[in-house]
Design a protein around this ligand. Structure first.
Ligand code: MG
Ligand code: MG
Length: 256
């Protein structure tokens, strides 16, 4: 079910999303060679506690009852890990890239944002993947206007990413967001223009291209959570929450 947000609800969404964005930025300041993703995870937990926010990923249920709940407050996905990496004690190395995905609930509403950070100085090929993915997100957001359809966002992302020789991950998608982290509709990063749900004023969407330097096929790691590129190529992930408004898209995951 798609929930359209009233102006008052949007105001509360802005606060939750701004907080999400601030905590993600503060985590980014800790990304450096030698740091571990567990340290960054613990920092996020402390920032949530200080802000009175609930981290949304912690204890998120697995795909089925036999699978473990997600043990982290953040998804920390280095290099060839696309998403859902479990924070650990492996020190980051110069030249790594690290995707951090973070969501929190504040005053009844959810924020969700992801950013791929360079660890120290990175290769120009890695930087290019980050640039392509950020630009794809920007183009996807631009397509989030009333009257367009979900497929227009998807196509804008896919068309750009593939034009730059990168891959678009299929099995994982963006989503509506509001009082729950995952609401309808699904927002894939690949698709055809003019297809899917029509975008309406008051919709709030998490748009989140996940891209690869090589083939777009992915595999799930033995920990049941991490999703990695099958060919071992680098992956990137950027995500914003966007409100569909009459005068165009508004990015909510920005600092107030
Ligand atoms: Mg996310
Ligand atoms: Mg999301």
């Amino acid at each position: 079910m798609i929930f359209l947000k009233s102006p008052r609800e949007l105001q509360r969404m802005r606060r939750a999303c701004a907080l999400t964005c601030r905590i993600l930025r503060q985590m980014g300041e800790k990304v450096r060679p030698g740091a571990t993703t567990r340290e960054i995870n613990d920092y996020a937990l402390e920032l949530c506690r200080q802000a009175g926010a609930k981290p949304l990923f912690l204890n998120y249920p697995g795909q089925n009852e036999d699978h473990p709940r997600f043990p982290g407050a953040i998804c920390a996905s280095p290099n060839h890990i696309v998403v859902h990496g479990i924070p650990n004690d492996v020190p980051l190395r110069e030249g790594d890239i690290l995707s951090i995905d973070f969501g929190c609930q504040f005053d009844g509403f959810c924020g969700d944002s992801a950013y791929t950070f360079p660890v120290g100085s990175i290769t120009s090929e890695a930087q290019s993947l980050l640039d392509v993915t950020q630009e794809a997100l920007r183009r996807g957001i631009q397509a989030a206007v009333p009257g367009n359809r979900v497929g227009d966002i998807a196509w804008a992302i896919q068309n750009y990413v593939e034009s730059r020789g990168c891959g678009v991950v299929r099995p994982l998608v963006g989503h509506g967001i509001g009082r729950s982290m995952h609401e309808d509709p699904q927002v894939p990063n690949y698709g055809k223009p003019h297809e899917g749900d029509k975008l309406r004023v008051g919709m709030t969407l998490a748009i989140e291209p996940m891209t690869t330097q090589g083939h777009y096929d992915v595999v799930t790691l033995p920990d049941h959570w991490g999703v990695a590129t099958k060919d071992g190529s680098l992956a990137a992930h950027f995500e914003h929450v966007v409100a569909v408004l009459s005068d165009g898209p508004e990015i909510l995951t920005v600092e107030a």
